[in-house]
Design a protein. Sequence first.
Length: 73
Amino acid sequence: MSNAHHEELIPGKVPEEQFELLLAGTSIRSEVLIAALRDHLVHGLRATDAWEKPCAFAAEQAAPALSRCRTGG
């Protein structure tokens, strides 16, 4: 049996510095994924909410352009 010490990553309890160190040890480069992980682990958002947040932001930003397309303006 291993004596390795394992600590849990508790959402909302991971310090920013520790998050950056953890991230540095991965091949994750997607800004959207990094933002979602940060929102979940550092800021404590539910995982689902953290993942959906960029989608909601993109939809909000696209709404005026879509409206102009629909009205021909």
